[in-house]
Design a protein around this ligand. Sequence first.
Ligand code: PRP
Length: 208
Amino acid sequence: MLNVALPKGRLGNQVYDLLEKAGCECPGIREESRRLLFDSADGSIRCFWVKPSDVSVYVERGAADLGVCGKDILAENSPRIYELLDLGVGKCRMAAAAPKGFRDPADRPLRVGTSFPNIVREHYAAQGRDIDVIHLHGSVELAPLLGLSDVIVDIVETGSTLRANGLEVIDEILPISARLIANRASYQFKLKEIRDLTERLKAQVEKA
Ligand code: PRP
């Protein structure tokens, strides 16, 4: 049996749709209940919901053989896992944004508000730009409005949060989508089952 960690929320539901179409229905998983583990009817997989940012922790440590995780979390945390497949859902992008008319204050470090400090450091280091990272855990768009930061680096999906706050994208950093990831040891010891499920999911992704 393969243990599969799914991210709670809208993305997780889209991913579970793919799993179901791939023939891995887990009865009861969509029902409101206190149950946490859901086995497929044929006993080939066992699914469970976790916080999106915890998926890679379960997979890296082998509590889950497989998981589904956004590319943003993989790029930020660099977990020691294998990335097997782009599932083509949860598409958005990581971008830098600033108030309209923004000019880079070249005489001092750029203050960057973000929930993704590692991605930010790597991005600006590649540009040779000195920065001061301000690590926030949500509502990042507030930072430039209140003078806490000059710019932000955050996830942009529809762009409506930026528009509603008078901000605009100044730099595209990383395209994001959900990825199927595997524990490294599981990938050796359960190779056949993992490959089989990956192929079935891939067929659904290609159909979508
Ligand atoms: C995310 C992200 C942006 C917003 C982007 O926030 O951090 O704020 O969605 O989506 P949009 O381009 O479609 O407006 P989320 O709603 O997850 O909450 P958060 O601010 O607490 O991170």
